[in-house]
Ligand binder design. Structure first.
Ligand SMILES: *Cc1c(COP(=O)(O)O)cnc(C)c1O
Length: 393
């Protein structure tokens, strides 16, 4: 059988992840593969770990990249901290909170869900009430709900969880490197992320970090971790000083993450957060000038994931395929109860750029016109441009 060599189209990835990748990160993937115990690779691993600590804003020694996507990071945190019968409280206000609850149930936790409609966030009071009643071992919450575009404030909840003596696990898949993720400041006990959102790397690695209290709990387990592959006790021997073979690390993916992290730190975290915020503000000005509304409140909307209501009369699938086919732009549709109701426009990592915002607004205007929706011609571009010009950027 002869199959032609792959030749993927060049897209602008403005969906919920993966996001655009800097050419130097793609080039790192193509560097020569060495062995997973080669001294050269061990140095790469060490550097990945120390750069991850900076990005997570932590000194946690146990910080590393799990071989797998963001969901593997989620599963790693849950499976190592939970033993069958342990109580866990999970905030469910979107698809990923629901996934965390599901993962916890599968490893035998007694799960209590705190639920909120998609797009809303939790108040410290409601978390306090449930935590006081349930007395959980672990509380899990999603920082940036990519399915809804909502940003969960963490400060007060972190305090409530700790005062109750529970461990705080946070999903930082979409937030890491896009908005501040302050692991040590908030004493978050365990957190996980994914390589393909604001870190700007292809999918395939899940950065995780565990604090001292989480370590203690893992050391005191009565039963072995039910996943061999994700057992932190075993993984520590590979990522730590022992360098004992556990599994073959995806070498080239770690090269890519290494380069992506270098770019994040070269730019600087604060500058990177400000960049995400700037392009979000410009995009928002443009969308609103076209009469498009956000599906989340302004105070809690995420800069890197803009969830907007599909205007009446526009066909979800036709607009998204026109964007893809005519402009090479990918955006996301709604998930779960938001399916067919929202578009999710990502501005993650490399994607958060002026040229993408302006092209997207112009493209969307054309798509809306084809749907018979006629916003004031050019108003979106005018509004976004006005914002860019006003800050002299
Ligand atoms: C993308 C995402 C995940 C899952 O990551 P995968 O890489 O798709 O496995 C989990 N949580 C959030 C908030 C996400 O955005």
């Amino acid at each position: 059988m002869t199959v032609p060599q792959i030749s993927p189209p060049r897209r602008i990835l403005m969906g919920p992840g993966p996001s655009d990748i800097h050419p130097s990160v793609l080039a790192a993937l193509a560097a020569p593969t060495v062995g997973h115990l080669d001294p050269y690779f061990l140095k790469v691993m060490d550097e990945v770990q120390s750069m991850l600590r900076e990005v997570f804003q932590t000194t946690n020694h146990l910080t590393m990249a799990i071989s797998g996507t963001g969901s593997a990071g989620m599963e790693t945190c849950v499976v190592n901290l939970i033993e069958p019968g342990d109580r866990m409280v999970v905030g469910v206000n979107g698809v990923f909170g629901g996934r965390m609850a599901e993962v916890a149930e599968r490893v035998g936790a007694e799960v209590t869900r705190i639920e909120r409609p998609f797009g809303e966030v939790f108040t410290p009071e409601e978390v306090a009430t449930v935590v006081a009643k349930v007395r959980p071992k672990v509380v899990g919450i999603v920082h940036a709900e990519t399915s809804t575009g909502a940003r969960q404030p963490l400060d007060e909840i972190a305090k409530i969880v700790h005062d109750a003596g529970a461990l705080f696990v946070v999903d930082c898949v979409t937030s890491l490197a896009g908005i501040p993720v302050e692991i040590d400041k908030l004493a978050i006990d365990a957190a996980y992320s994914g390589s393909q959102k604001c870190l700007g790397c292809p999918p395939g690695l899940a950065p995780v970090t565990f604090g001292p209290k989480a370590l203690e709990v893992m050391d005191q387990r009565k039963k072995k971790v039910s996943s061999w592959y994700l057992d932190i006790g075993l993984l520590r021997n590979y990522w730590g000083n022992n360098r004992a073979y556990h599994h073959t690390a995806p070498i080239n993916m770690n090269y890519a993450l290494h380069q992506a992290l270098r770019l994040v730190l070269q730019e600087g975290l604060q500058t990177r957060f400000a960049r995400h915020q700037l392009h979000h503000t410009a995009l928002k000005a443009g969308l609103e000038a076209m009469g498009i509304r956000y599906s989340v409140a302004a105070e809690t909307s995420l800069p890197m994931l803009n969830s907007v209501l599909i205007p009446d009369g526009a066909d979800d699938a036709s607009v998204r395929s026109q964007l893809l086919n005519e402009f090479g732009i990918e955006i996301g549709g709604g998930l779960g109860p938001m399916k067919g109701k929202t578009w999710r426009i990502g501005l993650m990592g490399e994607t958060a750029q002026k040229s993408n915002v302006l092209l997207f607004l112009a493209a969307l205007e054309q798509c809306l016109n084809r749907q018979g929706i006629r916003p004031a011609p050019g108003a979106a571009i005018v509004a976004a441009n006005a914002l860019y010009c006003s800050i002299n950027n």
